[in-house]
Design a protein around this ligand. Structure first.
Ligand SMILES: [Mg+2]
Length: 90
């Protein structure tokens, strides 16, 4: 497995974990964007921890995990756009 294949496998596993945790989610695009922004905020926080508290294996693993979550939410939104399963308006 290449590095990229491993990353995509991790994103797929996170997507499946989200479905198992939350079930089918149908939101409006503003809500989806807020969910994605919240996850991006967690990436920013994890990045600051790496910067100001050290690039330890634990901190980098946490940053990587948060980035995988961002990618999985983005994939989820793309899936919703492609399927048309999203709430129009707010
Ligand atoms: Mg997160």
């Amino acid at each position: 497995m290449t590095d990229r294949e491993r990353i995509y496998a991790d994103i797929t596993a996170e997507r499946e974990s989200q479905d198992a945790r939350w079930g089918n989610q149908t939101h409006s695009m503003p809500v989806w964007n807020a969910i994605l922004a919240e996850e991006c905020g967690e990436v920013a926080q994890a990045g600051l921890t790496v910067t100001f508290h050290g690039d330890t294996a634990e901190h980098l693993a946490h940053l990587r995990e948060e980035l995988i979550q961002v990618a999985a939410v983005a994939v989820h939104i793309i899936e919703k756009i492609d399927s048309g399963d999203w709430v129009r308006g707010v």
